[in-house]
Design a protein around this ligand. Structure first.
Ligand code: KG4
Ligand code: ZN
Length: 386
């Protein structure tokens, strides 16, 4: 588990052969996948069943959040995250098997997030998955974390392709057209901070706890959203991209101007910030749905929201209203499946395996791994994987 990624190549060829021999034809068959997620600060494992018709059932879902480990630092410390994954992952996998009532030896494949994410954590999960797959003689699926978020709604709501995904988490803020498994087109992303990251930074500068999103939302409920008029970045532009760092700076300047802050000041700033981002996200969502309808006139318009920020009631309410206005269906999977979890990884693994797609043991852990090739051209510096 503690070996470096390159070491995997050393055991590559004989193991890859064994794995190839065990890759059954899964199309039209029931299968059970173990999914492992370690790309940020959740250590998670789950077992999911996909039946012959493509319907999924969650057999277990174990998530251990590392809030306590990172709390003193006001953010996720990558080295600490990787160490915590090492300490807890084996136990969490064992619990996932026990709660599912499934012996690990009887799973049909092992899926793990292989990126994008904090590289130390990704290495822990992926290397563990390789070891398990090799020991059990089962196929390995190295899953893109963004693809796992993108496909979750097919498990929870039985969605068919295509649909529009809005992924808003601590590391990502993007619109993705999901045409099929492995067929994605990113329509917009953040050019600086992710939305969850902006919530977390605003919380930190106001002295609120971490993760900041829920704290800011709680404070916003007590505040007057009209007292501070914060900027709505990029709102007047046609593009479907986001920018949140200027907004965060505006919040900091406003807070500095009236410091020391009374509790009502904090609540009013949070309410003003949340109103600004809700307006940005809903306006962008309307534009993205407009593009969906124009480019795919025969497809019923569906907007899927995923990522931790999907838990925000103000943003969720705004998106519901936007979808209604546009004649679109809004799908928000249950919040525990919107935040990072092993179920989405197992499900993405099952979707790929059902198409006869798996990975060999040379599969690399990747800090950055955009979903479509157009993303590559947008370059680096956009958070962990955007
Ligand atoms: O998807 P997630 O669990 O982890 C990744 O970042 O991948 O998302 C966590 C992010 C954090 O930035 C957190 O502050 C934000 O989602 N978040 C929220 C809320 N709950 C979580 N942001 C706004 N409002 C919330 N209620
Ligand atoms: Zn995520």
């Amino acid at each position: 588990m503690r070996r470096k990624g390159e070491d995997c190549k050393a055991v590559g060829s004989p193991v890859v052969r064994a794995h190839a021999l065990n890759l059954k034809d899964f199309s039209g068959k029931r299968m059970r996948l173990l999914g492992i997620e370690t790309s940020c600060d959740e250590t998670a494992a789950a077992i999911v069943e996909r039946d012959a018709s493509g319907r999924g059932t969650i057999l277990s879902n174990i998530v251990r959040s590392q809030y306590a480990e990172h709390a003193p630092y006001g953010g996720v410390v990558p080295e600490l995250a990787a160490r915590a994954h090492v300490s807890h992952l084996d136990h969490i996998i064992a619990r996932a098997a026990t709660e599912a009532g499934v012996a690990l030896a009887s799973v049909d494949g092992v899926a793990a997030t292989a990126g994008p994410g904090l590289i130390g954590g990704v290495l822990v999960g992926l290397t563990t998955a390789k070891a398990l797959a090799a020991a059990l003689g089962k196929p390995l699926v190295a899953v893109n974390h963004l693809e796992a978020h993108a496909l979750t709604a097919r498990l929870t709501d039985g969605l068919s392709f295509p649909y529009l995904l809005l992924l808003v988490s601590g590391g990502h803020s993007q619109f993705v057209l999901v045409r099929g498994v492995g067929d994605y087109e990113r329509w917009g992303t953040t050019i600086d901070d992710a939305l969850g990251e902006a919530f977390d930074k605003v919380a930190k500068l106001l002295g609120l706890g971490n993760p900041g999103g829920p704290e800011v939302e709680r404070q916003a409920l007590l505040g007057d959203p009209t007292r501070f008029r914060f900027p709505r970045p990029l709102l007047k532009e046609d593009r479907l991209d986001f920018s949140f760092s200027g907004l965060k700076t505006a919040v900091r300047l406003a807070a500095e101007q009236i410091a020391p802050l009374a509790p009502q000041d904090v609540a009013d700033i949070c309410a003003g910030f949340q109103l600004a981002v809700t307006e940005v996200v809903t306006t962008r969502a309307a534009a993205a749905l407009g593009r969906f309808c124009a480019e795919l006139p025969d497809a019923p318009p569906v907007l899927v929201v995923a990522g931790g920020v999907a838990a925000n009631q103000a943003i969720g309410g705004g998106l519901r209203h936007t979808a209604e206005r546009m004649g679109a269906r809004l799908v928000v999977p249950p919040i525990p499946l919107c935040t990072d979890n092993g179920v989405m990884v197992a499900w993405a693994g099952a979707e790929r395996l059902a198409l006869g797609d798996s990975d060999d043991f040379a599969a690399a852990a990747k800090a950055r791994w955009p979903l479509d090739s157009a993303d590559m051209a947008l370059g680096s510096g956009l958070g962990h994987g955007d």
